[in-house]
Design a protein around this ligand. Structure first.
Ligand SMILES: Cc1cc2nc3c(=O)[nH]c(=O)nc-3n(C[C@H](O)[C@H](O)[C@H](O)COP(=O)(O)OP(=O)(O)OC[C@H]3O[C@@H](n4cnc5c(N)ncnc54)[C@H](O)[C@@H]3O)c2cc1C
Length: 508
């Protein structure tokens, strides 16, 4: 074990495992401490979006995870009258980011793939049975104390420590690190109890007759939110024959009683009719919105559920966490590899916190109308949401994700802070496969500052069209695929170098 790691990641859930892969792929030395001996065996997240697929490209894990990702068609919300009130479908719509907008997957399989990449990704050191207990912050590093439970060798639990330049705490919603730092959570005032059921099914789900299902929309391929005041429920397809239901618990219903096999069987059976199916698990959760007041304390950064939790109505909880670590990973790599100023890490919370609050706000707003139990108010809700949705015709879940509004972006330049397009190239590869995943400068015409000339790309003119749409001579794209800014190539590169406090040039 080295005397000092660049990064110690605490917690090897999806967020910690992605952090490790992203960091190590850029050459940083990474150790991951995980208190359990294996990944969590039951599914929680089932949905992710195109941005995660692009991050899997960056982390070098796309070939491992892709076979288990099922591209899907988006989200459908159905009102009390069994008519559609909101459709965020993607069928027939362009795919500007190179991937389908929505995918379904099976979290335990996905986590196994992320861990399997550790060896190939620069030999990430994974310590299982390693339970974080305390930390000490020093000027140049953090000392992490942990208990090592060697269950394989049946040895006694020992107390150990290691040093790292930075710590990423991806230790989940109960986050012992967050507690050790004394960081409190901002409660966004949403808390509803839901029963989550997973099943393996041998055929399609039976939906009641629904009015207004858009042409081309296949209920079996959509995340369907039944906003029925009798019992709000979500019906979600999974990978292969996995299916997810989420049922709201009604006032007075007891968690333990509702989790009893007979009750679970009755709830799911209503959707499966005569189709054979096996319940894999049933558990109750409190869906809530919480955001840490402070995401960075000295050299320690909270990420994933340790930093925020969201009601899962748009399937974004884990996605937020993967965005967190993508944000941290490129900045840490810029410091280690390119000599950027360590102060850039102070932009982590200003960039991520409003972004996360924006999406959690949308999920909470949806949760408030989804969880309506009063039939009269539900009828009013149906009319209101239908009207609002009609004004946003063509909306997809991608529209819920805001731009980065502060931090390492040239705010005010057209397109700054949005996710940059990733066209599929003539040969079937995607843009990042051709350009790499670091900083990318795309220019309209060749100049003294270099850059990739948009017209030379075999992308059907997509990048040139993006520049046209933003009336830009050049666009500089960050390693996490968000637009740093648009304008003149010289100005953009100078602004980047100034903001990063660079002591050496980085290749764009
Ligand atoms: C019902 C439900 C549905 C969801 N659906 C979606 C969805 O569709 N899409 C989506 O994006 N998200 C969804 N989510 C959210 C998603 O599951 C979580 O956001 C995600 O699992 C969080 O990942 P994490 O790595 O931050 O935390 P976790 O997965 O909780 O991992 C934390 C890790 O830290 C370890 N740990 C804890 N304490 C210590 C310690 N002291 N020392 C060492 N290790 C420690 C734990 O053992 C664990 O392995 C859903 C969640 C639920 C509950």
């Amino acid at each position: 074990m080295p005397a000092m790691f660049d990064v110690a990641v605490i917690g090897c859930g999806p967020v910690g495992a992605m952090a490790a892969n992203l960091l190590a792929r850029q050459g940083l030395s990474v150790v991951v401490l995980e208190k359990e001996t294996d990944h969590y065996p039951l599914p929680r997240a089932v949905h992710l979006d195109h941005e995660m697929m692009r991050l899997f490209q960056s982390a070098g894990v796309i070939d491992r995870v892709l076979p288990d990702m099922i591209a899907t068609d988006g989200h459908l919300h159905v009102g009390a009258d069994h008519g559609v009130i909101r459709y965020m479908g993607t069928v027939g719509k362009p795919r500007p980011f190179g991937w389908a907008n929505d995918y379904f997957f099976y979290q335990p399989e996905f986590e196994a793939h992320l861990r399997a990449a550790f060896d190939a990704n620069n030999g990430i050191e994974l310590l299982t049975g390693a339970e974080f207990s305390a930390l000490e912050q020093h000027d140049t590093h953090v000392r992490v104390h942990y208990f090592l439970n060697d269950t394989k060798m049946h040895l006694e639990r020992t107390e150990q420590h290691l040093d790292a330049r930075w710590v990423i705490a991806a230790d989940g919603s109960r986050s012992p690190v967050r507690k050790a730092l004394g960081v409190t959570l901002d409660d966004l005032d949403f808390e509803e109890p839901w029963l989550v059921v997973d099943a393996e099914v041998e055929g399609p789900v039976t939906f009641p007759p629904l009015a207004g299902v858009p042409e081309g929309a296949d209920l079996q391929r959509l995340s369907v939110m039944m906003c029925d005041p009798a019992r709000p429920a979500t019906v979600v397809p999974g990978r292969r024959n996995h299916r997810r239901w989420e049922f709201m618990l009604l006032p007075g219903e007891d968690d333990a009683v509702m989790m009893q096999p007979d009750n679970v069987a009755a709830l799911v059976g209503a959707w499966m009719k005569d189709v054979p199916h096996t319940i894999v698990r049933a558990a109750t959760y409190r869906f809530h919105g919480l955001v840490a007041e402070q995401w960075q304390v000295g050299r320690v950064f909270l990420a994933g559920d340790a930093a925020h939790q969201t009601p899962p109505f748009f399937g974004q909880g884990m996605c937020h966490g993967l965005r967190d670590v993508a944000n941290l990973a490129w900045k840490m790599a810029a410091i280690v590899n390119d000599g950027a100023d360590e102060a850039i890490l102070a932009t982590y919370q200003p960039e991520r916190d409003p972004h996360v609050r924006g999406v959690i706000g949308a999920a909470v707003a949806a949760g408030r109308y989804i969880c309506e139990l009063d039939p009269a108010r539900a009828a009013v809700r149906d009319a209101t949401i239908r009207k609002a949705a009609a004004q946003k015709a063509g909306e997809t879940a991608a529209d819920l994700i805001p731009a980065i509004s502060a931090g390492l972006v040239v705010s005010g330049t057209p397109g700054a802070g949005v996710r940059f397009v990733q066209p599929v190239l003539d040969d079937g590869r995607r843009l990042d496969d051709l350009t790499g995943q670091g900083w990318r400068l795309f220019v309209r015409s060749a100049g003294t500052d270099g850059g990739i000339v948009a017209g030379d790309l075999p992308d059907g003119g997509a990048v040139a069209a993006w520049l046209d749409a933003h009336r830009a001579e050049a666009v500089l794209v960050r390693p996490d695929h968000y637009v740093f800014g648009t304008g003149s190539a010289t100005d953009l590169v100078a602004a980047r170098d100034r903001l990063l406090g660079l002591r050496q040039e980085i290749a764009a």
